[in-house]
Design a protein around this ligand. Structure first.
Ligand code: ADP
Ligand code: MG
Length: 374
């Protein structure tokens, strides 16, 4: 990978704190270092199989993977709710492997809001502060501040069971934030919400994190959500980390077939022979630039161009349109090349959109080809 690409990838495209919030942003954050974390349940279930992971202070870090891959177990170990069989955990430079949960500056937001439904928003928000013995006046001041911050100001006197799902999840978040932890853990906090509310809360959550500058460790099984939110992502499978990187890196340069498929890539082709940059695959011969040494070729659907008819040229493949899904902003094609299929996504810029059955030429850009290993 070129240096410019690495720099570009490292730079999160999302939301940054504004200038007058910078000092708030630098106030509270802890780095997290995990080394050799193992966790087994019973005799047969290996939930974590030796996790080594460094999370930077102030980072929005996401654990991404399918159900059962160990995300919640890892989060529970960070919170101190679960003890690892082996390995060490350092938070903010301090070894906390054996430190009980209430002595860690870590708070958790769960998928099920875990609020007290019959209590007011204010009493819910104040609960943790009360447990810590904070006097009523200070409690109230802090609750008002956080409610204002997270735009719940006019709801504080309402009972939780009178609120919508989205409002409840914001309160769960506010309740975790009000104690000002150094690290906030979020276990699929948006999974239960419908799509519209979910994307709205994604943006809100990201803004809050950038404004507070806190370290967030966020769990999701949804790769789109992970890409939108994260500074960096760790992809897990079977208790093992498969890849750690910025969203673009994980999406555009997956290290193995598991990561590629999990990020939604279907265009994977075994490479049967190779001569320099020239690769032989079931699609035909293709020239790749800087593709890496793996034995599987990944072709991202959005990097392909379609020309009408048969056009000769290097990296030009003749295909038949098997299926076309028109989606307004773009169209998705299933193309047939001999016995092999290829997915292509084409932006709708008022150009010709080929019909099913039509012959087209697929133009493959050599610089967009990457290889990986099973
Ligand atoms: P995820 O959150 O990624 O869905 P989990 O961390 O909850 O995954 O679970 C990882 C594995 O450990 C799964 O196989 C799960 O069934 C198992 N597991 C988790 N918690 C327990 C438990 N308390 N007792 C037994 N098995 C568990
Ligand atoms: Mg889970």
């Amino acid at each position: 990978m070129s240096e410019t690409m690495t720099a570009e990838i490292a730079d999160h495209p999302g939301i940054r704190p504004v200038a007058d919030e910078q000092d708030r942003a630098s106030r509270k954050a802890s780095s997290i270092e995990m080394q050799g974390l193992h966790k087994r349940f019973g005799r047969d279930t290996v939930a974590l199989d030796g996790v080594d992971l460094d999370i930077r202070a102030g980072e929005f870090f996401t654990l991404l993977g399918p159900s059962g891959c160990g995300k919640t177990t890892l989060l529970r170990i960070l919170a101190g709710l679960e003890e690892p069989d082996d390995g060490t955990l350092v938070v903010g430079g301090k070894n906390v492997t054996e430190v009980p949960p209430h002595q860690r500056s870590v708070n958790t937001v769960f998928q099920s809001y875990a609020l007290f439904p019959h209590l007011s928003v204010r009493d819910n928000l104040a609960f943790g502060l009360k447990m810590r013995g904070l006097p009523a006046a200070e409690r109230n001041a802090k609750v008002d501040e956080i409610a204002e911050f997270i735009k719940l100001g006019d709801l504080v006197e309402r009972r939780v069971d009178q609120l919508s799902g989205g409002q409840r999840q914001r309160i769960a978040l506010a309740r975790a934030l009000v104690c000002e932890p150094d690290v906030l853990l979020l276990d699929e906090p948006l999974s239960a919400l419908d799509a519209g509310l979910r994307s709205q809360l994604q943006v809100e959550l990201l803004r809050v994190q950038k404004r507070l500058g806190m370290t967030f460790v966020f769990v999701t099984h949804d790769q789109d959500e992970a890409m939108v939110m994260s500074d960096r992502i760790a992809v897990l499978n079977g208790g093992n980390i498969q890849q750690v990187g910025a969203p673009r890196e994980v999406y555009e340069r997956p290290l193995n077939a598991f990561v590629a498929r999990f990020m939604g890539h279907d265009n994977l082709y075994p490479i049967s022979a190779r001569q320099g940059d020239r690769l032989t695959t079931s699609l035909g011969e293709l020239t790749a630039e800087d593709a890496g040494a793996g034995d599987l070729l990944l072709i991202r659907p959005e990097t392909l161009d379609l020309l009408p008819g048969e056009v000769a040229g290097d990296n030009h493949l003749t295909a038949t349109v098997g299926e076309r899904l028109y989606r307004g902003s773009h169209a998705e094609f299933r193309l047939e090349i001999g016995d092999t299929t290829l997915q292509a996504t084409v932006n709708n810029r008022g150009r010709h959109l080929p019909e099913v059955g039509e012959t087209v030429t697929v133009v493959v850009a050599p610089e967009d080809l990457v290889t990986l290993s099973e």
